[in-house]
Design a binder for this molecule. Sequence first.
Ligand code: CUA
Length: 155
Amino acid sequence: MRIHTFEKAFLGVGAVLLVLFAGALVYATAAMGVHLPGVAGNVDPARVYQTPPFNTPGVRQTGPGRYEAVIVAQAFGFNPSVIRVPANAQVTFTATTIDVIHGFAIDRTRMNMMLIPGQVSRNAYTFRERGEYLLVCHEYCGIGHHTMSARVIVE
Ligand code: CUA
């Protein structure tokens, strides 16, 4: 029957799309390195500044071409507010918040995390282009939310 043929055709289109989308997911994960940030650990929000690595916020080298940027968020700013990293090095951002939920998004990159009290957020990024990038809070966190930003300087 004619209807039957159409149904088969639509099922075929659906199957092809499913395979394409699954392939796109695998490509994004394996080839492009797109991951959910996940929970990288826990920290007592009342003792963040006494708990390593958050007792020394800032950028440090962890190996050849590898750096870690430790950042503490608080209404309404990031500590440190200027983050200097070299180009073409893998920078692991380790961040948390000492008060409410904040966002952590770096303009023109795929860096996009939520900072949740009690949890450590971690994600790595390699800046290929030198210049200044804006780090913004993109979770509404109070009256000064729109002023909450920092600068990432890639040199
Ligand atoms: Cu912090 Cu919005």
